[in-house]
Design a protein around this ligand. Structure first.
Ligand code: HH2
Length: 287
């Protein structure tokens, strides 16, 4: 183990609950992205059809995804909110079908309580909230339902977040925000081991902000909370590599994923599951 590794907090290797488990004993887990939207920045329109979405979920589970993250609303820069009914209409049938057919836990990418509730009723067991439980009712509901939550940092809202992101010290500010929200979540009754923190790559951040956060992931990991990072195919990778099309950013994503593993991140959220499972395995084996 590296010197940095030996300073990492000790946590239970396996999270279990009735009907589900996440085993972190081999290191980092891969969360597969399943956007059931017409307009997501990378896979928009590919999985609006329920059968195609379910097929993609099954494929990602077979490729080694440990969690499937179903997203019924694009939050790409400039995007607008989608009505709750429409989000439920998009997500619930897919979650119901997948919950019957896969063992891996399903997560709902939602910040509306009604959407999250409908998804949990359909079989999801994790809430991925890009607003870090901004709506207090979400925290209460997550506590009542004994589910796991991802708290993500975002500056502004998707509609305006990339207009002029600004921080004095991006790492300290993002970390302080996440610690405050994690403390609030615990006060609402969500135990510490069920909370994941996420610096929110690309959410109100310039390329430099994203790189500073990625360079300092150890500061997030040493908080003792499990860390989730979502770099997959994002614009900062395109800006650095010159790859215009998100589909051409897989190697760039792989580099980020390898460094996430080295930093002790618990979950990487990605589109290219088979490729990133290999990357995680290799990087974990090296240490
Ligand atoms: N990124 C996106 C959406 N949800 N959730 C977490 N926890 N972390 C992230 O980095 C994250 C997220 C944006 O990516 P994507 O889902 O591929 O695109 P879109 O928002 O256009 O659907």
């Amino acid at each position: 183990m590296t010197e940095q590794g030996s300073q990492r907090p000790r946590r239970a290797d396996v999270l279990t609950w009735p009907g589900g488990r996440l085993d972190f004993s081999a290191g980092c887990l891969v969360m597969g992205i399943l956007n059931v939207t017409p307009d997501s920045f990378s896979d928009g329109g590919l999985f609006v059809d329920k059968d195609r979405a379910v097929e993609q979920g099954l494929r990602m589970a077979a490729e080694g995804a440990a969690i499937l993250d179903v997203g019924p609303e694009s939050t790409r820069p400039g995007s607008r909110p989608v009505p709750v009914d429409e989000q439920i209409r998009r997500a619930v049938p897919v979650i119901e079908a997948l919950a019957r057919q896969v063992k891996v836990p399903i997560s709902i990418d939602a910040h509306d309580v009604e959407v999250a509730k409908a998804a949990l009723d359909a079989g999801a067991s994790l809430i991925n909230d890009i607003t870090a439980l901004a709506d207090g009712r979400m925290a209460e509901m997550a506590a009542d339902r004994h589910v796991r939550v991802v708290l993500m940092h975002m500056q502004g809202t998707p509609a305006i977040m990339q207009a002029s992101p600004s921080y004095t010290d991006v790492v300290a500010e993002v970390l302080a925000f996440l610690m405050e929200r994690a403390t609030k979540a615990q006060a609402a009754g969500i135990p510490r081991e069920r909370i994941f923190i996420d610096p929110g790559i690309g959410f109100g951040k310039t390329v430099e902000h994203n790189l500073a956060l990625l360079r300092n992931l150890d500061r997030f990991v040493t908080t003792g909370y499990r860390v989730l990072v979502g770099p997959s195919r994002k614009r900062f990778i395109g800006q650095i590599t010159g790859r215009e099309s998100p589909q051409d950013r897989v190697f760039g994503t792989a580099a980020v994923v390898a460094l996430c593993v080295q930093a002790g991140v618990s979950v990487v959220r990605v589109h290219d599951v088979a490729a990133m499972v290999d990357v995680v395995r290799m990087a974990s084996s090296i240490g």
